[in-house]
Design a binder for this molecule. Structure first.
Ligand code: NAI
Length: 481
């Protein structure tokens, strides 16, 4: 029996290991974490993360060949393959602050593996790391010269939150990078055999270590760049009367471009895109490639611009003042079907609206009041560190209320902002919503969820990203940040 241990029971470690356990009954998988809260969650009926289909997978294997534990050292020492899926957030201070990856958690995991190991191990980078991290990790693993053979592989994860289980069941590809030495190639083969239990062989790509590490950063940079490209186009659509949905559809029919990932929105979020691009920018700068660094930096700048543009639109439409006006915020997670709020555009939009002294009433079907309060009071980049290292948050924020119903959120509000594309926001009774709001009633749709024609007929003044402007909005002078 192959014994697998995964360090880090988060959004990646939990679902990936659950699927490995399900698909490989002969492999014993233990997921370990320093956070007892997370582990208790994984061992309970209320898993610590929301992901469609995850409950079912965990129920089928937990207690059989899938285990969750805080006894990190024991399980690492017993494993043949150790996946490391810990946080790799953006550095908040020191050299490279605001750009470089903070490898503190990775390094401490590697030192612990070196200290507790008594037998040879394959150590797998599951976290997204800068290129050449494997070299540093190899040095750490072998620092105490115990004669144990550690072979390092890079096996970056490409799942998307919200569709993680689907993505893991049917991945576009699995990428395994290793050293071009006999040991490296043997380790690649061992890991390949694990995935081959359910992934077709032609979809398991094997490369050298550096290509695998860089491919993950490159994939996220390309995906984010696509969103920033369509979002940049959405600003031009609003200025010219073109409709971004029509433009996206037209360009997406070109097979070289393709139709996916071309939806305009208030901006991308999630724990990875911004962090990985900033990291890429830093690596380019360190390698003396400022032009390449600036190219990728622009993807993040356009994303920030899109969020600022949205806030400016809200303020300018509502007579240039939102002071003490109730504004409903529908959706806080960074996308639908997840409760994850890391780097969600809702944080910057809400902070922008609060900066203009609006009163916010926020509703998201998967995000708790505690989480929203934490997010709105935290500094940028603090969020992606393990929970027990995050600063304490206030119990409430003046001007913000969090409610558990969309109709409650919009009642007596002057405007509503849709910031996450939850399906239920498409199905709201917008006549009922309109009747309960102050007039004129505004919709600011940051996800192109509402039917613009129908809601305008009801009487709303509607702003929808990249769509031809409501005559009302055309006449309002733009606010300059
Ligand atoms: P997460 O924050 O949900 O989980 C990381 C876990 O590692 C935490 O529970 C933390 O307590 C634990 N941890 C940190 N240091 C530890 C240590 N020394 N020993 C034991 N446990 C430790 O993070 P998430 O989202 O799972 O991301 C992990 C990595 O995967 C990151 O590098 C991320 O960039 C990458 N990734 C994330 C994706 C996502 O959609 N969230 C997708 C693909 C890659």
């Amino acid at each position: 029996m192959v014994k697998v241990c995964c360090i880090g029971a988060g959004y990646v470690g939990g679902p990936t290991m659950a699927v490995i356990a399900l698909k490989c009954p002969k492999v014993v998988v233990t997921v370990v974490d320093i956070s007892s809260q997370r582990i208790n969650g994984w061992n309970s009926d209320h898993l610590p993360i929301y992901e469609p289909g995850l409950d079912d997978v965990v129920k089928q294997c937990r207690g059989k060949n899938l285990f969750f534990s805080t006894d990190v050292e024991k399980h690492v020492s017993e494993a043949d393959i150790v996946f490391v899926s810990v946080n790799t957030p953006t550095k908040t201070h020191g050299l490279g602050a605001g750009k470089a990856a903070d490898l503190t958690y990775w390094e401490s995991a590697a030192r612990m593996i070196a200290d507790v190991s008594k037998s040879d191990k394959i150590v797998v980078e599951k976290s997204t790391v800068p290129v050449k991290t494997a070299e540093a990790i190899e040095r750490i693993l072998t620092h105490n010269n115990k004669g144990i053979n550690f072979t390092i592989l890079s096996n970056p994860e490409f799942l998307a939150e919200g569709t993680a289980i689907e993505d893991l069941f049917k991945p576009d590809r699995v990428l395994i990078g290793g050293r071009e030495t006999p040991d490296g190639q043997k380790a690649i083969q061992t890991l390949k055999e694990v995935y081959a239990n359910w992934v077709p062989e032609e979809k398991i790509l094997c490369t050298n270590l550096w290509s695998a590490e860089l491919s993950k950063l490159a994939a996220n940079a390309f995906l984010a760049q696509r969103i920033s490209s369509v979002n940049a186009m959405s600003a031009l659509c609003e200025a010219t009367g073109a409709d971004v949905a029509q433009v996206s559809h037209s360009i997406g029919t070109d097979s070289r471009i393709g139709p996916k990932f071309l939806n305009a929105s208030v901006g991308f979020g999630g724990s990875c895109f911004q962090k990985d691009i900033l990291n890429l920018v830093y690596i380019c700068e360190c390698n003396g490639l400022p032009e390449v660094a600036n190219y990728w930096k622009q993807v993040v700048k356009v994303n920030d611009y899109q969020k600022t543009r949205f806030v400016n639109r809200v303020v300018s439409s509502m007579f240039n003042t939102i002071s003490n006006k109730k504004i409903a915020v529908l959706g806080f997670a960074f996308k639908k079907d997840t409760g994850d709020t890391r780097e969600t555009p809702a944080i910057d939009v809400c902070k922008g609206l609060l900066g203009d002294k609006a009163k916010l009433s926020i509703y998201d079907p998967q995000v708790t009041e505690d989480q929203i309060t934490k997010d709105l009071s935290m500094r940028k980049f603090d969020k992606d560190h393990p929970a027990h290292l995050q600063p304490p948050s206030p119990t409430s924020i003046k001007q913000v209320s969090v409610v558990w119903d969309a109709y409650e959120a919009v009642k007596d509000s002057h405007g509503l902002c849709i910031l996450t594309e939850w399906d239920e926001f498409k199905k709201l009774d917008y006549q009922k919503v309109y009747d309960s709001m102050q007039k004129p009633a505004f919709i600011f749709d940051g996800r192109n969820v509402v039917d613009v024609k129908k809601t305008r007929e009801i009487g709303f003044i509607v702003y929808s990203i990249g769509k031809p402007l409501d005559p009302w909005l055309k006449d309002m002078p733009a606010v300059v940040a």
